[in-house]
Design a binder for this molecule. Structure first.
Ligand code: FES
Length: 319
């Protein structure tokens, strides 16, 4: 595990109840000085233990210049990051954190925005909604959760005059509209943003395949199942270092670069954080991360070297 991008220490300032199984954690700078600003969609890496690093979306806007807030759902399965926060964290404890990174930014557009959230995916989505509303933009937010009680910011969202539609999937009262029902009503020019469980984002990708890819934006929480699987061996040329390296079937490109003494930034090592993104100068890539959108994968201008691999021996990277 490694943190890049200027790691710094923060103090856990407050823990608040958000919804069943979801707490909101507020961290503040140890010296009380303002932290780096960020935009909706940004996340930070939080070090939970020496070998445990997790990524969490930042809530926007910040409630204080020296504080960051994240919402964390207690995961039934996973590596234990949420369990550590939910069951072991104490106010006043210090944590290491990365600077914010944003691989899910709101892109400028004059078109209407439609934001889709499932479960804890509401964190970046509600941040985007707040920003668009603050700018006086037309935006719609659609949020699916099992019941009203399980919705983060339920009361605040209910107070919104328009633009917010809340769907309860398990509380009776009929079957709520599905993602496909709503997408079918939207013009192809609409800017679409989606964050939620894997099944929801998979469906979003499938349902938006025929739409202009530049208008479809989504973020996943977890690595793809093939992210860390072995693949074919391949060769890569590192343009700036002047090195040509061979990546064996069981190795990752990141491991091989490190072994060769090439300095590379990385964090999650499973294709979800975007820290190891490297510019591709030539060659074909088998993308295995969850950071790049289908359109970005197609353009293949960059790749995540912790999990994605070269196809054939023609890969050239800006390293
Ligand atoms: S280190 Fe996180 S995407 Fe590669």
């Amino acid at each position: 595990m490694a943190l890049s991008d200027g790691v710094f220490k923060v103090r856990l300032h407050a823990i608040e109840y958000g919804a069943p199984g979801i707490n909101i954690y507020t961290f503040e700078a140890l010296d009380g000085q303002p932290l780096a600003t960020y935009e909706p969609g940004a996340h930070v890496d939080v070090v939970m233990a020496p070998d445990l690093l997790r990524q969490y979306s930042l809530l926007w806007p910040a409630t204080h210049p020296a504080r960051y807030q994240i919402a964390v759902q207690l995961a039934e399965v996973g590596k234990g990051g949420s369990r550590k926060l939910h069951f072991e964290s104490v106010v006043g404890a210090t944590y290491e954190m990365s600077q914010p990174r944003n691989h899910f930014p709101l892109l400028p557009s004059d078109e209407e925005f439609h934001l889709f959230a499932g479960g804890i995916g509401i964190t970046p989505i509600v941040s985007m909604y707040r920003k668009l509303k603050a700018e006086g933009r037309k935006a719609s937010l659609y949020y699916w959760a099992s019941s009203a009680q399980h919705m983060l910011f339920h009361e605040q969202l209910c107070r919104e005059q328009d633009g917010v539609r809340l769907f309860h999937t398990r509380s009776g009262g009929g079957v709520p509209p599905r993602l496909k029902d709503i997408l079918a009503t939207l013009p192809h020019s609409a800017q679409l943003y989606c964050c939620g469980p894997q099944g929801m984002v998979d469906e979003f990708d499938r349902l938006t395949l025929h739409r202009p890819q530049a208008n479809n934006h989504r973020e996943r929480f977890s690595a793809t199942t093939d992210a860390l699987q072995p693949g074919d061996s391949f060769r890569v040329r590192l343009q700036r270092s002047g090195l040509t390296l061979t990546v064996a079937a069981e190795q990752s490109l990141l491991q091989v670069c490190e072994a060769a003494g090439v300095e590379v930034a990385y964090s999650c090592e499973e294709g979800v954080c975007g820290a190891c993104e490297v510019k591709v100068l030539a060659g074909q890539v088998e993308h295995r991360d969850t950071v790049l959108s289908p359109a970005q994968r197609q353009r293949s201008e960059t790749m995540m070297i912790c999990c994605s691999r070269g196809l054939g021996d023609s890969l050239v990277l800006d390293l």
